[in-house]
Design a protein around this ligand. Structure first.
Ligand code: GRG
Length: 306
């Protein structure tokens, strides 16, 4: 709520009052246009491909839209104090700056959705965003191809931003998504039970796309390297916090509050920070972790690495 409150000094009453402002309302109109724009960006001459790629860009299955909302908000903040009339590559920062930032928010959402689609294939997941996953509904082959189309269209849109630094940031983010997913598949107990490994994996898997896109927003706004770095840190910390909370909820939430089975990480043999820390307090977790899963966890090693 601190994000949404402004402290104003009222001269008449000489008192500090708090005026509530919903920050999301600042970008709500732009976010509401997102799904329509994304559908037009994945049109293909091959109708099966279009309908697979636009599967998550329809009313009711658009997700929480955290990424584009945060990106448009940080872009708003960055534009207030942009120091130069030109970006680092000599492109004029004309009045189309906001349109370019909207495009970057769309691009980021396309990459995010591509990663969700491919993630569901890897995990054999049957549901996503409250409906059948794309692999479940259209088959894994179609889901692979739909993700590929999303990525390639994202890069067509990136190219038209005419800023090679921004292209490079988003390409790096994709590489990090792939690295995070690969790290999650590790089978050595030493890696899976180390907190540092968890944080590195979590950065790649969840925070890298947001942090690199926040930095790219700063580049589009022609911000200084110092401010770009702050935008990057903001995205990184928000992404890490998001995943930590998600992992705590997986551990503490009930199936009805989560909309999916709780303890799904343990079920899949994935060790998260909350599980590592809970091990010390609840020794009975040892049995749960050591038995009955495809990917059992060596608890002695977990405790050693804590
Ligand atoms: C194809 C780009 C690409 C990557 C391949 C599969 C893979 C490598 C990476 C998967 C990474 C992944 C699924 C990370 C989880 C990120 C995350 C925060 C998901 C949940 O986001 P929410 O809760 O979902 O914002 P909604 O549905 O609201 O958008």
């Amino acid at each position: 709520s601190w994000l949404g409150s402004r402290h104003c000094f009222h001269h008449q009453s000489s008192s500090l009052v708090e005026e509530q402002l919903d920050p999301f309302s600042l970008v709500a109109d732009e976010v509401s246009l997102l799904a329509d724009r994304l559908r037009t960006m994945v049109v293909s001459e091959v109708p099966e491909l279009s309908s697979a790629a636009e599967y998550f860009f329809k009313l009711g299955v658009e997700g929480k839209r955290t990424c584009p909302t945060v990106l448009l908000l940080i872009a708003t903040a960055l534009n207030v104090s942009r120091p130069e009339a030109y970006d680092g590559l000599g492109n004029a920062l004309t009045t189309d700056l906001r349109a370019r930032q909207q495009s970057l928010a769309e691009i980021t959402e396309m990459i995010h959705v591509a990663s969700l689609i491919h993630d569901d294939i890897l995990d054999d997941a049957e549901t996503r965003r409250g409906i059948g996953s794309l692999n479940f509904v259209m088959g894994s082959k179609m889901a692979v191809l739909a993700g590929d189309l999303l990525l390639s269209r994202a890069f067509v849109a990136l190219a038209s931003l005419n800023n090679s630094e921004v292209v490079s940031l988003l390409a790096t983010a994709i590489e990090h998504l792939v690295k995070g997913e690969t790290m999650q598949m590790s089978t050595t107990s030493e890696q899976r039970c180390s907190f540092e490994y968890y944080m590195q994996k979590t950065y790649y898997k969840t925070a890298a796309l947001l942090s690199n896109s926040c930095k790219a927003m700063a580049h589009l706004a022609g911000q200084t390297p110092e401010v770009s770095m702050l935008a990057y840190e903001y995205g990184k910390n928000l992404g890490l916090a998001y995943q930590l909370i998600d992992d705590i909820l997986d551990f503490t939430g009930t199936s009805s509050s989560l909309g999916k089975g709780s303890l799904s990480d343990i079920r899949h043999g994935i060790v998260t920070a909350p599980i590592l820390f809970a091990l010390e307090e609840f020794p009975q977790l040892r049995d749960v972790l050591e038995q009955g899963f495809d990917n059992p966890i060596n608890v002695d090693i977990a405790l050693e690495y804590l």
